[in-house]
Design a binder for this molecule. Structure first.
Ligand SMILES: Nc1ncnc2c1ncn2[C@@H]1O[C@H](COP(=O)(O)OP(=O)(O)OP(=O)(O)O)[C@@H](O)[C@H]1O
Length: 331
């Protein structure tokens, strides 16, 4: 039987030609998948369309658009086992990059057609579904400062530049972080709680690798003493993100936990998967394997034979009329 899926498509996302993009997606997917195509509008976003599709009991949901569309649709699937296909057509494609999904239309469609799935962790932050990360302080300020133009250029999870702008107004705050086994108090400028994060979300890059399916949240604490320290810390985070190393500065720390409660004095803004959701306190709880993704099939790269060097080796290739091997008599 033919597979079916709801395709949530943002007709204004990205810089390409959306009509052409939709035609390409249909040409690739429709031979194998019955698509129920739902276009987002300014009024009805990917979140509402995905929630409605979950209620209808669809077999799979595919979202195509920028990071905003993809994270909104993914949020509706947290805690379900409905497989989610990601066709990135944004400017930064940080969402796909963070989850290790190919970001060209063709490769993304092949991933969905392949049908292989993988579960990754998700989380709830103050009751809101979270797929990538929650940021407190600096990052949230940066999101507020990043206008539409900056978002277009750098994407909603890439705050490096907007971050430097926020640095000019950097304010530290007192934070109390409670995990299942400890309570930590410190002065911080930014706290990021991540399931996974693209390398461009520098403030999430404390650990050497933000692991997406370990059942744990990765918390990065950035506590520079002054603005010069903040710039040096951000630069260090950027470098370690690119090299894959853990941070090594006294003003940056990290920890892993299943659940974290964070209170701050004074209250700080909170950004969740690129959207401002309100102020601290936050309570973030990991939902292990809370999201099912269509994921690229892992190519078998191990060598399947090694014959060279064996004594008196003769290899005779069999000939077959159609070019295929056969087990019949060979000349
Ligand atoms: N039909 C539509 N007309 C106008 N705006 C729309 C429509 N559908 C969705 N939107 C808006 O598009 C925004 C989401 O865009 P999305 O993140 O998918 O793409 P993008 O901004 O091009 O990509 P990126 O976030 O990667 O830069 C939301 O603000 C949403 O309200």
């Amino acid at each position: 039987m033919k597979r079916s899926a709801c395709l949530i498509f943002n007709p204004v996302a990205g810089k390409g030609d959306p009509d052409q993009d939709l035609a390409t997606i249909k040409a690739l997917l429709e031979p194998e998948i019955d698509l129920d195509i739902q276009l987002t509008t300014e009024e009805v976003g990917a979140d509402a369309l995905a929630i409605a599709a979950v209620k209808r009991g669809v077999d799979a949901i595919i979202a195509s658009g920028g990071d905003g569309t993809l994270s909104a649709a993914a949020a509706a699937l947290v805690g379900t086992t409905i497989p989610f296909g990601i066709i990135s057509r944004g400017t930064a494609n940080a969402f796909a990059n963070a989850l290790d999904i190919p970001d060209t239309i063709e490769a993304a469609c092949q991933t969905i057609l392949g049908g292989a799935t993988k579960t990754v962790d998700a989380a709830y932050c103050n009751g809101h579904p979270m797929v990538l990360l929650a940021g407190i302080g600096f990052e949230a300020e940066a999101v507020e400062l990043a206008g539409r133009e900056a978002k277009n250029r750098f994407g909603i999870f890439a705050y490096v530049l907007a971050g430097f702008q926020a640095l000019r107004q950097m304010k530290t705050f007192e934070a109390e972080i409670e995990t299942e086994d400890k309570v930590i108090k410190l002065t911080a400028a930014a706290i990021t709680v991540a399931n996974t994060a693209p390398a461009t979300s520098v403030l999430a890059q404390g650990p050497s690798g933000v692991v997406v399916d370990d059942g744990l949240l990765d918390v990065t604490l950035v506590s520079p003493a002054n603005k010069a320290g903040a710039i040096a810390a951000t630069y260090h985070l950027l470098q370690t993100a690119l090299s894959g190393d853990a941070v090594d500065r006294d003003d940056i720390g990290y920890l892993r936990a299943k659940r974290v409660k964070i209170t701050t004095e004074p209250e700080q803004k909170v950004v969740l998967d690129g959207e401002l959701i309100g102020n601290t306190p936050i309570d973030v709880e990991c939902v292990p394997h809370g999201l099912t993704l269509f994921y690229p099939l892992v190519e078998e790269t191990l060598p399947t034979e090694k014959l060279e060097g064996l004594p008196n080796l003769v290899i005779e290739m069999k000939k077959a009329p159609d070019g295929e091997g056969s087990f019949g008599e060979h000349e």
